[in-house]
Design a binder for this molecule. Structure first.
Ligand code: ADP
Ligand code: MG
Length: 689
């Protein structure tokens, strides 16, 4: 049976049919509902007409004129260019289309044409041209109906005109099914458009809108569509948060002796920020509801100690606790680190990963107080006797599901999630909006910013002399090779080659090669000699990205730096600058792209992880937010979290206010139904009541 209403398969919409439906599917449009949300990427504002003599490069305009020349060019095999020259009596402008030979049948000399697109200078720099413009052939007496036309992202075989007609049909069809589910008071309070008006308006804006709003693509109609998505998202998140708080959990309250002893034995003093978040966490653990808390803080701010103190509170209160890390190496490091920090205390620490998995009986019998591990911890055969607290390190590597599975090993245990890279508040509200926060906003004293610079790949001499210098001063060096083409073998190949070259250049120093495929013992050996300072240069794949902590290392060299994401670069850089030694990070790009350049520039300019995270959002834009995909949150179709920050804040506030008054939305059945639909398939059996 085919679904009706807004979820009618697009194929059955008037004028679509199976062939077009296949094309639409490529654009992610499967139903009428998807079509409504297929927002224009920009508008052709026909009010923005210009004469050719007024044009400036960068203008997005429509130009009407007569075709005075047509050329078909084929500068190389497989490339056909159709070039026309248009005149409107004030000047000439060229239009070019690539590999669209059929156009030569349509475009003929002397006809009147209207083109729309972005003006630029041609490669000689002395004429204006528009590449692949939208066009309309004008017959003399055509009357334009609409002055602002949507422009959609298309796929081959589908024209702007066809797309517009499909969207129009979708709007017509859905009128009968779109009823406004937002409470009246909100529509009035926030001065929003009514829902079907909003959908119509984002696709076909009326002619009286200010040009700027149209140009930026944020009309009042957009505001309504964006608000809706964010409001539904926040309603869901606030509800999840509330329901978590209603669950019965355990109250963890030790005497504090163990913690006191531990803190007194630390080789350093905790920072103020660490003290503050420890207080927040311990308070939260005391409450008889499960803790769901996010611990944020920049690389190197000392989150591990904080987590460990929370774990000791659980141990002292008679519970087991688990720390889950994203990689073997990190789990091993945590295990060693924690074991050595606790060596004078009566606490049993064990490790459980896919490589170290012999002692599950110690976990099930409760003998192990602290279990450090990887995702191997969530395997079915691992049973805890009384798990009271789980800590998840570097959360961005894990999804909500893994968090959930680990939780199920206990009876509503407290949960502390640590992020590797801080994320801006807007993103936190969407991805982690169900969690409470603790933020460490201070680095241990004595830390100096890591000086970061980009060095040309041909300037090997400079790189080698920096390495030499650093080692002479008593420091140690990391050299990282990236993952290439997702193939671990190539990745390794690069690191191996680098390793061989370096051995020739620095025969006097001990150099290590580290990668994920080494057997545990070998890896362990190498990390240990690097820690001890025997190995001076550690050549590595990205396995060292997160968490690795060798304070004496002071130079980080990242090859093929253009291949890394910004937060990944920041993580890698975080491996140095952890001790008192002034540190440097060298980025060596091979194939620069524009985006890569922006990332490397951000690295050079900023040391602060929060700033870096914001830049990351800026560069990547709304499409690929880190974390949102795996976070199990509903997709946001219309939202750009940077641009729409304010609407997000309003949505959050309104969601909280409404649920305070109406915890079950009892007076808003339509909103309630819409909300359940929005979250369907995301959270199992999501219901409001
Ligand atoms: P991250 O927050 O990135 O996980 P870690 O917990 O690994 O950081 O801590 C980074 C380093 O700083 C470790 O060597 C840790 O022992 C040290 N450290 C933590 N807190 C302090 C402090 N208050 N003073 C000095 N060093 C500290
Ligand atoms: Mg860490």
């Amino acid at each position: 049976m085919q679904e009706k209403g807004l979820y009618l398969p697009i194929q059955y919409l008037k004028g679509v049919g199976p062939k077009k439906a296949l094309l639409l599917q490529k654009l992610g449009i499967r139903t009428v509902f998807d079509a409504l949300y297929y927002l224009p990427i920009q508008y052709e504002d026909r009010r923005n007409k210009k004469s050719i003599y007024e044009l400036k490069p960068g203008d997005i305009v429509s130009i009407t004129g007569k075709i005075v020349e047509i050329n078909e060019l084929s500068p190389k095999k497989g490339l056909k260019i159709l070039e026309i020259v248009i005149s409107d009596g004030t000047g000439f402008v060229k239009a070019k289309w690539f590999n669209q030979t059929y156009l030569s049948k349509i475009l003929k000399p002397k006809i009147f044409i209207k083109i729309f697109g972005k003006v630029q200078l041609d490669f000689r720099g002395n004429a204006f041209e528009i590449l692949n413009p939208e066009f309309d052939i004008k017959d003399e007496d055509s009357k334009e109906v609409s002055e602002i036309l949507p422009i959609y992202r298309l796929t081959e075989g589908l024209s702007q005109k066809q797309m517009r007609n499909i969207i129009k049909a979708a709007l017509e069809y859905s009128k009968a099914y779109l009823s406004d589910y937002l409470p009246e008071y909100l529509i009035r309070k926030l001065n929003l458009s009514e829902i079907s008006e909003a959908f119509y308006g984002v696709h076909f804006p009326p002619s009286n809108l200010p040009i700027k709003e149209v140009k930026d693509g944020i009309t009042p109609y957009h505001k309504r569509i964006i608000f809706d998505e964010l409001f539904l998202l926040q309603l869901g998140i606030v509800l999840i948060k509330k329901s978590q708080q209603k669950e019965k959990g355990i109250s963890i309250q030790g005497k504090g002796k163990l913690i006191e002893e531990f803190i007194n034995n630390l080789p350093f003093k905790l920072t103020k920020a660490q003290h503050r978040v420890i207080r927040e966490i311990l308070e939260d653990m005391k409450r008889p509801v499960p803790m769901n808390r996010l611990l944020q803080g920049d690389v190197g701010c000392g989150k591990t100690i904080v987590a460990l103190i929370a774990m000791l509170a659980a141990v002292e209160a008679g519970y087991q606790t688990a720390l889950m890390a994203p990689t073997e190496i990190l789990a091993e490091q945590h295990f060693k680190n924690i074991s050595s920090l606790l060596k004078n205390l009566k606490v049993n620490v064990i490790i459980h990963t896919s490589e170290h998995n012999k002692y599950t009986n110690l976990i099930s019998s409760g003998v192990a107080h602290i279990v450090v591990g990887t995702h191997a911890l969530i395997q079915e055969y691992v049973k805890f006797k009384n798990l009271g607290l789980i800590v998840i390190d570097e959360q961005h590597r894990f999804g909500v599901i893994q968090r959930y599975l680990l939780k199920k090993k206990g009876f509503n245990p407290d949960t502390l999630v640590m992020t590797a890279t801080p994320i801006p508040r807007t993103l936190a509200l969407t991805v982690y909006g169900d969690l409470d926060y603790s933020i460490i906003d201070e680095l241990p004293s004595g830390r100096k910013p890591v000086i970061t610079e980009v060095i040309d790949k041909n300037n090997k001499k400079k790189v080698y002399s920096l390495i030499e210098e650093e080692i002479q001063k008593g420091g140690q060096v990391y050299i990282v090779y990236p993952l290439i083409d997702e193939s671990e073998n190539l990745d390794l190949h690069n690191a191996k080659r680098g390793y061989e070259i370096l051995q020739k250049i620095f025969p006097q120093y001990s150099i290590g090669l580290l990668h994920g495929k080494l057997p545990y013992k070998k890896r362990e050996e190498i990390m240990e000699s690097f820690r001890k300072g025997d190995i001076k240069i550690l050549v590595s794949t990205t396995v060292i990205e997160v968490g690795v902590d060798v304070p004496n290392a002071s130079l980080m060299i990242i090859t093929n730096a253009e291949r890394f994401g910004l937060s990944q670069l920041h993580q890698l850089r975080g491996r140095v600058g952890r001790g008192v030694r002034p540190s440097r990070c060298i980025l060596i790009p091979y194939n620069m792209t524009k985006e890569a350049e922006m990332r490397l520039k951000a690295m050079v300019n900023y040391n602060d992880g929060f700033k870096i995270a914001e830049e990351d959002l800026n560069i990547r834009g709304p499409g690929e937010l880190f974390g949102t995909k795996q976070s199990g949150m509903p997709d946001l179709k219309s939202v750009n979290l940077i641009r729409d920050k304010e609407i997000l804040e309003i949505a959050r506030k309104e969601a909280e206010l409404l649920l305070q008054e109406e915890p079950y939305l009892q007076h808003f059945p339509q909103l309630k139904a819409k909300l359940e639909e929005f979250w369907k398939n995301k959270i199992e059996n999501f219901t409001v009541a």
